[in-house]
Design a protein around this ligand. Structure first.
Ligand SMILES: C[S@@+](CC[C@H](N)C(=O)[O-])C[C@H]1O[C@@H](n2cnc3c(N)ncnc32)[C@H](O)[C@@H]1O
Length: 213
């Protein structure tokens, strides 16, 4: 890896964590979409999409599936390696979604802001998955209400939440509220990056939040 690549990757990850509004996210990912798979996922040995996909398949998740904050479609690719199920993608960034569309794994793309409500009817999806979107500067715990609104009865959601973000934004409190509505929730901790990652963030972890409606 060249020194130039290494420093670009650090700058982009730091910028991503410092975003503070949905509009910031739109601007930032517009400029990163074409390079994201190589500049971030490849260089960092980013395994979080694989972790979410594995958990979803292990728990017998069913379609249709919505990938929330789908970005360039890395999570959809991982699920498609296990199972050919109907998958849709949603993201606030049109540019990220257009990179995902070229991979041919999602039958529908929906541009939308998860924090403001998605243009999707209640109880639509049997499966909802997400990797890397509930993190610093992106989406907080309030968006879990939107996830549960569009999850069908009997459905399964597997969502990654950055571990530091989980504690700083109080995901626990929102989870308690959701449990009172009858949802079953489980949390496990996983690594975000694989063994080839050489960054000082290589040991960062995420919680995989599993919600069964
Ligand atoms: C780190 S990327 C993760 C993309 C992909 N899931 C992955 O694991 O590679 C975060 C994604 O969240 C999206 N995002 C950020 N804020 C959002 C919001 N308010 N609503 C929907 N998507 C959002 C970004 O556009 C970006 O594609």
């Amino acid at each position: 890896m060249s020194e130039q690549n290494e420093s670009n990757k650090h700058i982009n990850l730091q910028k991503a964590y410092n975003l503070s509004s949905p509009e910031d996210n739109v601007d930032f990912y517009r400029g990163w979409a074409e390079d994201y798979d190589i500049d971030f996922a490849g260089v960092m040995d980013y395994i979080l999409p694989y972790q979410v996909a594995t958990q979803f398949i292990k728990l017998n998740g069913k379609g249709p599936v919505l990938d929330v904050g789908a970005g360039t479609g890395l999570l959809g690719i991982e699920i498609s390696k296990f199972n050919r199920i109907e998958m849709h993608a949603t993201d606030i960034s049109e540019e990220m979604l257009s990179v995902a569309e070229k991979k041919g794994i999602y039958s529908k793309s929906i541009v939308g802001d998860l924090t403001k409500g998605l243009p999707i009817l209640d109880n639509t999806y049997n499966g909802i998955v997400s990797s890397g979107t509930f993190t610093h500067g992106h989406v907080g715990p309030e968006a879990l209400f939107e996830i549960t609104r569009i999850l069908s009865k009997g459905g399964l959601a597997v969502l990654s939440v950055n571990s530091v973000h989980w504690h700083s934004l109080g995901f626990d409190n929102v989870l308690e509220m959701l449990k009172e509505t009858g949802l079953v929730a489980n949390v496990t901790e996983v690594r975000i990056y694989g063994d080839k990652c050489e960054s000082d963030t290589k040991d960062d972890t995420a919680y995989l939040l599993t919600l069964s409606a």
